[in-house]
Design a protein around this ligand. Structure first.
Ligand code: FAD
Length: 519
């Protein structure tokens, strides 16, 4: 297959790039799942944007920089907060709904924001935004979609990216797609942790593929843990939105005592990393695998109207949040680092661009301000589209490019016998998740990280890297991504933002970004 632009991923970043690129040539959006499956579709709380009368661009910038703990790239933050409002206005013109009362937008407050600036649509904001972007993208005949196609590796010729190798998940066929420019918008990797808010597809595929191709990744040690993931024993994990705390829900330990005021002056609205650490301490102190979120002070009508996703999901497990307390624990939520790019999404490999959660623009520094990532996907997705169009100008699709054995770096690396059985793969995944949760979670140390490294290497040595079904490929990508997180976490011998080392509890004030690439 040939296309002018290959976009990998149909979340907010991929769609935003596609809409931009639709006027410059043919666009193919490849996704490994159904077309609408992505973290973006599950985003609940909202999108941060300067809209309130008492808010300013400078305030949004200040809050983002403060959350980022001194490691944000200021230029990227300035672009995000300045360009954000016009992108959100455009979304509204295209038909996106955000909650209103008496014709005025209801603007929410979330942790570490000094002003109300969160636009939301009930507690399914992501789904609403993706709906509008999807409709807008597909009304352009130049944009086509290729669901159920798993991108295995990038195709590199003369140090430039010329497309990617895809696995058709239904037929099992391997097909190369040649493109003038390739945009990676493959999202995060929460699945490497035992408890996560992320959907099953968040396995770090794009990040691992770029690593295998020799591209630069940065800030991989920064994983944001969301403080309130549903943690009822025996039930699946899912996110309990932060907006509940913005509306007045409080955290209690298992003895039902409110504890956050003892840990932070902002109480339940403290930055996510501090809140997560406080919860872990409180779980250790009071015993138990969870703490309790108490939303009973919020009027039942508001809970049901404004938080239908949380209300119905908890009800499914026998909890009525208008009366019952919700068991919660921190869980992996957002990948701050990823494929290093400039503010136009250009990665270190020519012809390759990255946007959204898979990219590392430096906009979040050491920690992401809540609800800044949907905005990031929207703004930087579009900028990446503009840069890719510019790159492709006067650039022909190189003729005569054929699939080579070396394009499949996973297969080329090792070649052993038969594929592992699903049960074995699932065991490997469980080991990765457990290792990362126990040793590379909210509180880390050199000892815990070295233990993790040994376990990941052991698991990798048991894998058969030859297999090319989706389960095997994802598990290999999880191993690679997990290892990159550990190696970066070992290198950062200080505590800052989402990275906390108990052996180096203070920030050394180093404004450096930790980079990793194949040596
Ligand atoms: C439960 C939840 C709630 C959240 N709430 C908020 C919120 O309220 N506000 C906010 O700002 N942020 C929120 N976030 C974070 C935010 O949703 C994500 O950071 C953002 O949507 C990521 O968008 P993206 O386009 O980069 O990636 P995604 O939306 O994750 O999309 C990734 C795409 O890549 C595809 N893909 C991945 N690997 C491959 C492969 N190998 N081959 C082909 N395709 C592939 C996937 O199928 C998918 O289409 C939330 C996240 C979660 C999980």
């Amino acid at each position: 297959m040939k296309t002018d632009f290959l976009i990998i991923g149909s979340g907010i970043a991929g769609l935003s790039a596609a809409i931009e690129l639709g006027s410059y040539g043919s666009v193919l959006i490849a996704t490994k799942d159904r077309y609408f499956e992505s973290s973006s579709s599950y985003a609940q709380g909202g999108i941060a944007v300067v809209i309130g009368e008492d808010d300013t661009i400078a305030h949004h910038m200040e809050d983002t920089l403060r959350a980022g703990g001194g490691l944000c790239r200021k230029k990227a933050v300035s672009i995000l907060v300045r360009e954000g409002p016009s992108f959100v206005e455009q979304l509204i013109r295209w038909g996106a709904h955000f909650d209103k009362s008496d014709g005025e937008f209801l603007i929410g407050l979330e942790g570490a924001h000094s002003r109300r600036r969160i636009l939301h649509f009930k507690d399914s904001t992501g789904e609403e935004i993706v709906r509008v972007l999807r409709e807008k993208a597909l009304e352009n005949p130049k944009i086509s979609k290729l669901p159920k196609h798993f991108v295995i590796d990038l195709m590199i010729r003369e140090e430039s990216c010329v497309g990617a190798v895809l696995l058709n998940e239904e037929s099992g066929e391997i097909c190369p797609v040649i493109a003038k420019a390739t945009i990676l918008a493959t999202g995060g990797a929460g699945q490497v942790y035992r408890r996560t808010s992320n959907p099953p597809g968040a396995t770090g595929d794009g990040i691992a593929a770029v690593y295998r191709s020799g591209g630069i990744l940065s800030d991989m040690e920064f994983i944001q843990f969301h403080p309130t993931i549903f943690a009822l024993p025996g039930a699946p994990s899912f996110l309990i939105t932060e907006a509940l705390r913005g509306e007045g829900a409080v955290l209690r330990n298992i003895r039902k005592k409110r504890f956050m005021p003892d840990y932070h002056p902002l109480g339940e609205l403290a930055p996510r990393d501090e809140l997560s650490r406080a919860i872990v301490s409180e779980m250790k102190r009071s015993g138990g695998e969870y703490v309790l979120l108490d939303a009973t002070s919020i009027r039942p009508a508001i809970l049901k109207e404004r938080f239908p996703t949380a209300y119905t999901a908890c009800l499914r497990y026998g909890l009525d949040i208008t009366k019952d307390l919700i068991p919660v624990s921190p869980g992996a939520h957002f990948m701050i680092g990823g494929v290093e790019t400039d503010t136009w999404g250009r990665a270190s490999i020519r012809g390759l661009f990255a946007a959204g959660e898979a990219a590392s623009t430096g906009v979040h520094g050491a920690n992401r301000l809540a609800s800044n990532s949907l905005l990031e996907g929207l703004v930087f997705g579009a900028r990446t589209g503009i840069a890719a169009a510019d790159f492709a100008k006067g650039h022909r699709i190189p003729p005569g490019i054929k699939l080579k054995a070396s394009d499949l770096k996973i297969q080329a690396q090792h070649h052993t016998s038969a594929s592992l059985k699903t049960a074995q793969l699932n065991r490997t995944r469980d080991e990765i998740k457990k290792t990362m949760w126990d040793h590379v979670g909210i509180i880390r140390s050199a000892t815990s990280l070295e233990n993790a490294l040994k376990e990941i290497d052991l698991q990798a040595s048991l894998m058969d890297p030859y297999g090319v079904n989706r389960n095997e490929l994802e598990t290999l990508n999880m191993l690679t991504t997990a290892k990159l997180i550990v190696l970066s976490a070992l290198k950062r011998r200080e505590s800052v933002g989402a990275h906390y080392r108990e052996d180096f509890p203070l920030w050394g004030g180093k404004r450096r970004h930790i980079r990793v690439r194949v040596s």
